[in-house]
Design a protein around this ligand. Structure first.
Ligand SMILES: [Zn+2]
Length: 276
């Protein structure tokens, strides 16, 4: 039996897109989801997923998954997680991306960025790799998905020289209203994860209340950060519903209106012409 997350029948025609998920890592941490992850997603209104390949092992997996007959269409990005940049073959993603640049399912570069919470001692390497992948995005004409943790100032200063040429998304936004406004001044998109629903996430909720509607995306970042009331469980795309509903209530908007807006924003940011 698939999990049922959507609480009300009148939601049944709504669509949402999981703009950032890690299906390979989710199935590694919860192998029992192998047969249900996609069905659960489809049953709960997920119309598409963006599989983020930010590790060398994920590239070929993601490409091949995106071309498999899954119950929900999958697109993918190629990147290098900043927390692993110092111990990875960082050129592999660059080669892979160039080789598959014309694949219609390959829609962005990411996640890339700066991780100072876990790996600040490798900041210099992270910055170098971050710039290499930003150059790659500019070269290929693809948008970028940014991971930035405890690195707001450095992230902004590096992105400054790219912001006129590339679509930029700050994934899993965990800043406050002031940081959100700095991002908006530069034309970035921001994406809210399950953290938005946490009781203690007041600053993030305040930011979400004031973010221009045409700049918001939502994501699971599965298997991490399951939203309330699933907090602590292995996250999966079906649970995006909780984050969506929280945002709709916070903004006091009709669910059909905000679902359409979020889908449009996701398609616009990634440059997806239509859903298969
Ligand atoms: Zn991620």
């Amino acid at each position: 039996m698939p999990v049922q997350v959507r609480p009300r029948a009148d939601y049944s025609n709504l669509m949402i897109i999981d703009s950032h998920t890690h299906i390979d890592i989710t199935l590694e941490s919860a192998p029992e989801l192998k047969d249900t992850l996609f069905i659960n997603a489809r049953e709960n209104g997920v119309a598409a997923m963006v599989q983020i390949a930010a590790h060398v092992d994920s590239y070929e997996y993601s490409r091949s998954l995106s071309h498999s007959p899954t119950p929900v269409p999958v697109f993918y990005t190629i990147g290098m997680h900043p927390g692993e940049a110092h111990e990875s073959d960082t050129s592999a993603g660059i080669h892979f991306a160039r080789e598959h640049k014309d694949d219609p399912k390959f829609i962005g570069i990411g996640e890339i960025g700066l991780e100072y919470y876990y790996a600040k001692e490798h900041a210099q390497i992270q910055k170098k790799v971050f710039r290499e992948y930003l150059d790659l995005a500019a070269e290929l004409g693809k948008p970028v998905v940014i991971h930035s943790r405890d690195a707001f100032e450095d992230t902004l200063s590096i992105l400054e020289s790219y912001q006129n040429d590339i679509n930029i998304l700050i994934h899993c936004f965990t800043g406050d209203r002031e940081q959100m406004e700095e991002y908006m001044k530069r034309g970035f998109y921001i994406s809210f994860s399950g953290i938005l629903t946490f009781k203690n996430a007041k600053a993030i909720q305040e930011a979400a209340l004031h973010t221009p509607l045409d700049k918001i995306l939502i994501e699971t970042d599965a298997p991490f950060l399951a939203p309330s009331p699933m907090r602590g469980k292995t996250n999966q795309p079906a649970y995006l519903w909780h984050t969506f509903e929280y945002l709709a209530k916070l903004r006091n908007l009709p669910v059909d209106e905000i679902s359409l807006t979020l889908v449009e924003n996701t398609l616009a940011f990634y440059g997806i012409p239509f859903l298969p």
